[in-house]
Design a binder for this molecule. Structure first.
Ligand code: AR6
Length: 169
């Protein structure tokens, strides 16, 4: 079965998918942006579970349950801070997406939704980040047969247009 990648404008905390991905930091102990929204919507049990994980490397990901969210799991991915592009940012961003898909495969997640990792507080240019995201997910899906449906869940018209331009349609 070939997986489908699509873009949707929504608040990722409302999506009833098998896993939503969080744009976390390496502490995994919460923050602002989509991370703050996910922790608010999931309730305090999410932070308690995150405290057992002992953080996460940049360019990687860890998984928890979804707690009060409609999503069954939260995959906490840590993207890089943008420092101009010559400090391994693209490789680390791709790593965060690939690690998330690998976890989704391991946990049998059929549907996964991603925010635009690193493009808010971490300052990664949106167009560059979207190109990395789509390429990295496309590559990772080749070894993740359980994952059938990937949604790039954007929060702005600008991001919607960028992803439509890359995915087509
Ligand atoms: N649903 C979907 N997308 C959202 C939502 C939402 N509810 N809220 C924000 N976005 P950011 P980063 C978009 O800053 O750049 C936190 O403090 C937002 O418009 O959340 O990876 C963490 O703890 C943007 O396009 O994540 C880290 O310290 C995208 O999500 C740090 O920020 C990512 O923006 C991570 O920074």
């Amino acid at each position: 079965m070939t997986a489908v990648m699509s873009v949707r404008r929504a608040d990722i905390t409302t999506l009833a998918v098998d896993a939503i991905v969080n744009a976390a930091n390496s502490s995994l102990l919460g923050g602002g942006g989509v991370d703050g929204a996910i922790h608010r919507a999931a309730g305090p049990g999410l932070l308690e579970e995150c405290m057992t994980l002992r953080g996460c490397a940049v360019g990687s990901a860890k998984i928890t349950r979804g707690h009060a969210l409609p999503a069954r799991h939260v995959i906490h991915a840590v993207g890089p801070v943008w420092h101009g592009g010559d400090q391994g940012e693209a490789e680390r961003l791709a790593g965060a997406y690939a690690a998330s898909i690998a976890l989704a495969q391991t946990y049998g997640c059929r549907s996964v939704a991603f925010p635009s990792i690193s493009t808010g507080v971490f300052g990664y240019p949106k167009e560059l980040a979207a190109a990395v995201a789509v390429r990295a997910v496309g590559t990772a899906l080749a070894t993740a047969p359980a994952v059938e449906d990937v949604v790039f869940c954007v929060f702005s018209d600008e991001d919607l247009a960028i992803y439509r331009g890359i995915l087509g349609g």
